[in-house]
Design a protein around this ligand. Sequence first.
Ligand SMILES: C[S@@+](CC[C@H](N)C(=O)[O-])C[C@H]1O[C@@H](n2cnc3c(N)ncnc32)[C@H](O)[C@@H]1O
Length: 386
Amino acid sequence: MEEITLIAICTFGLEAVVKRELQALGFDNLKASDGKVEFQARLDDIPKANLWLRSADRVLLKMGQFRAVTFDELFEGTKALPWGDWITEDGKFTVTGSAVKSTLGSVRACQAIVKKAVVESLKAKYNTEWFEETGPEFTIKVAMRKDVALLTIDTSGSGLNRRGYRVQAGQAALKETMASALVQLSFWNKERLLIDPFCGSGTILIEAAMLARNMAPGLNREFASEEWPSIHPKAWKVARRKARLAIQPSGGLQIFGYDIDPVVIDASLRNAKKAGVGEDITFKQKDVKELWIDKPYGIVISNPPYGVKLGDFQELNQIYISLHKTFRKKKGWSIYMLTADKKFPDYFKRAKPDRVRKLFNGPLEVNYYQYYGERPPRDQDAKDKV
Ligand SMILES: C[S@@+](CC[C@H](N)C(=O)[O-])C[C@H]1O[C@@H](n2cnc3c(N)ncnc32)[C@H](O)[C@@H]1O
């Protein structure tokens, strides 16, 4: 079967998580760079990667990469690529773009040139002058970086964070891809107790439960490339059937979510149910100041509220202090907190974080503070994985 090159794109800082996910899916020869992981695949790996990747934003099909400092070079280089192998005669193709440190710095001009070049290439292939563009969707991206053009087609359609389970989002809901990465960057495994004391619409816990039960996150949604005739519908059917069979039964998970706001707790319950993990998580409305823990060796993964208004800071500090008081004397608890508030470690007075990871929550720079607790006596799995 024909070899293709795919690129899983992700938020900056999550490349190592995506790389590990790809390795677990059986891909090797992975090349990670800023915000992307490139890998060799076969055609029927397009369904597999889209269905299973948890922390990547999209899966792109790499069409080509070449140096271009003039519009002529961009045009000729693009035209020479085999667009007709993928884009159907009735295909609807749009061009998106980006440019970083490149002579061809106008994204709009690059998009227009690429569109023109693709049209020329398709004219030759289909021997026609006019394209209706009423058929399957092909989103082409031209990414100019340091005078090198990278041309891709998006196989995913809407972003992979759209799993299809979010009935309702809280005000500051995390992206599902980021939530899954936070879980994967922690020591949590399905034997251990997990709590999110600021669970909002439940994203972190739902992603954890899906991971524990080996549920493919894309099983309940569609992808742009499902409409492409170059990928046989059977490949999608087989990948979906395998994913359905891989799901582990419910039971035995100890996952708990709390939030002060009853409206978001209601949203959590509904989202978890829609995701198929309603029985795996217990959600309760609770102020963190009333949180009481009696078990050892648990894990907290959360993103507390950020102080956006000046008056909020005092309240926030109280929240951090309560959190510290709840866990300080409990044996073996590990705490993982994602926040934009750089004052967090000052108020959450549990020594120094063992690790601080810089990540991006959308455009917002955030830190993932990691405090490692003592491991449970028989937990052989817990190790820093990335
Ligand atoms: C950044 S949001 C969490 C979003 C969540 N990760 C999601 O994906 O939906 C912070 C949450 O903290 C909650 N919160 C604020 N003060 C709280 C308190 N004192 N105790 C518990 N929850 C609180 C808010 O209601 C909000 O849902």
